[in-house]
Design a protein around this ligand. Structure first.
Ligand code: URA
Length: 490
């Protein structure tokens, strides 16, 4: 076929959905058969490639009448346009043409061109999923603020589609996602897209990452290693950009021996600690590990933001990390962020938080000595009408988050901890602690000896019948005040 019989359409970018839809309408209106249509992505392909081809005029694109194609086809287009296959536009036009001419129906899911396109859509969806799971941001200190930068090499054109996910997930931080297919930048308020980047534009490993690696190695459970399944879930092509992947070979090689040792020691899978009752002479012992720098706390937070161990991480607006300085004398641990915390990305900013913060102010505790956080880092809720109602995290869900709380404790190194309610107490002490029975008591963590004061959660006070509230609040405030002995004199 000579080039003269070819009609070329120029698209504005590799995923130009609006341009492609207009092109399909115009090509169909002009009666162009699929084999005679070519799609050129401007700036991506040499202009001379179809020099002899007739180019469809812009006016034809703008004025073509709509085509009655099934709604499902539009959805398929949106996904398939992200595929890397250079023939994706032609393949889609072929199906559009066949549907328009009634040579196939949308119900015919086994039509050969449909099968190919559905496979392509599936590959794109999988890529989107993997990108959400395997992008790793590294903090970069700028003049004014920290930006978290990630380098990623997607197989398909998914940057624009996946960016809103990271906006929701990391709404409160500045970040940049750099890829060879384009980049996305979030300023904290605005999302913009930029040109392709190179690996050298992204930061290399930093001290925070070394901490993450040490942490990854410590939580790696050799008894659970299933290498084939791991490779299926985390395909090897992603490994070059995953800091922890460099440890996998070594950890896998040692897994058998480590598992044997764990079984021998009778310690297999005993991940939780036990608490012991304390006579009130809290020791305030600090964990033995070396102090880490401030950035390490941020680096662990950045990793926690990507955590998808519990199901509701996907529904929450963002992960809510703790607030306060490293070295704070007292850590106060709540249950989980509520609706306000989820939206603002800060702990204890809703009504229960207001009660807690008021009480802290009344006690005269300096903010500089306090670290406020939660046992569970994502908001778990169910919709009731238009309202998101808090749901208590199940034990296994709180357990999925326990490593992050432990990482915070290891970084902040408080002298003592206040457990606000049952979820916090269970996460901190590794066993269920009936609050009515233990409120006002100090318990010691068995592994690091940190004293934990048990008190009711402030939300429990807000829920109490009005007649009993004043008395309950007074008792609670008195119990809370007991933790003041761990504050440093300033
Ligand atoms: N309740 C909590 O337990 N934590 C918060 O951050 C807010 C309310």
């Amino acid at each position: 076929m000579s080039a003269a019989q070819i009609t070329a359409v120029e698209l504005d970018g590799p995923t130009d959905l609006a341009g492609f839809r207009a092109a399909v309408r115009a090509l169909a209106a002009a009666g162009i058969e699929p084999h005679a249509a070519r799609f050129v992505v401007s700036k991506c392909e040499p202009a001379t490639l179809f020099d002899d081809a007739a180019t469809l005029p812009r006016e034809a694109l703008a004025s073509a009448p709509p085509l009655a194609l099934p709604a499902g086809f539009a959805v398929l287009c949106e996904t398939v346009l992200m595929h890397d296959d250079a023939l994706r536009f032609s393949r889609l036009y072929e199906l559009a043409h066949a549907l328009n001419k009634r040579r196939t129906s949308w119900g015919d899911t086994l039509a050969p061109q449909r099968i190919v396109l559905e496979h392509m859509a599936q590959a794109v969806r999988r890529e989107l999923h993997k990108t959400k799971a395997f992008v790793r941001f590294r903090p970069v200190q700028g003049d004014q603020a920290v930006t978290h930068v990630a380098w990623f090499e997607p197989s398909h054109h998914i940057v624009r589609a996946v960016a809103p996910f990271f906006v929701r997930r990391f709404a409160g931080m500045r970040w940049a996602l750099l890829t060879p297919r384009g980049s996305a930048h979030w300023s904290g308020t605005t999302l913009t897209f930029g040109p392709p980047a190179e690996r050298a534009d992204a930061p290399t490993a930093d001290a925070g990452e070394a901490l993450w690696l040490a942490y990854y190695r410590s939580i790696f459970n050799p008894a659970r290693l299933k290498l084939a399944m791991m490779k299926r879930e985390m395909p090897v092509r992603f490994w070059s950009n995953l800091p922890e992947a460099s440890s996998i070979g070594h950890l896998a090689a040692a897994a058998g021996e480590r598992t044997d040792r764990m079984v021998r020691d009778g310690a297999a899978l005993r991940l939780r600690r036990r608490s012991v009752a304390c006579d009130g002479q809290a020791r305030g012992a600090a964990p033995a590990s070396e102090p880490a720098n401030v950035d390490s706390l941020h680096a662990v937070a950045a990793q926690a933001r990507q955590c998808e161990r519990c199901e509701f991480a996907a529904h929450a607006t963002q992960m809510v990390w703790g607030e306060g300085p490293r070295g704070a004398a007292l850590m106060l641990v709540g249950e989980q962020p509520g609706d306000r915390e989820d939206l603002e990305g800060r702990p204890f900013v809703g009504s229960a938080g207001a009660l807690l913060r008021e009480s802290i102010a009344a006690l005269g505790w300096p903010q500089t000595q306090l670290y406020l956080t939660n046992a569970v880092k994502h908001f778990k809720f169910e919709w009731r009408g238009k309202r998101r109602m808090h749901k208590t995290a199940a034990q296994r869900e709180a357990l999925a988050c326990a490593d992050w709380l432990e990482a915070e404790i290891a970084q902040v190194r408080p002298r003592a901890i206040v457990a606000l309610g049952a979820t916090a107490a269970r996460s901190l002490l590794g066993r269920s602690v009936p609050i009515n029975e233990h409120a006002g008591q100090w318990l010691l963590r068995s592994d690091d000896g940190l004293p934990v004061l048990i008190v009711h959660h402030p939300a429990a006070l807000l829920r109490a019948p009005p007649a009993t509230q004043a008395a309950l609040r007074a008792t609670w405030a008195q119990q809370l005040a007991g933790a003041g002995r761990f504050l440093r004199s300033e």
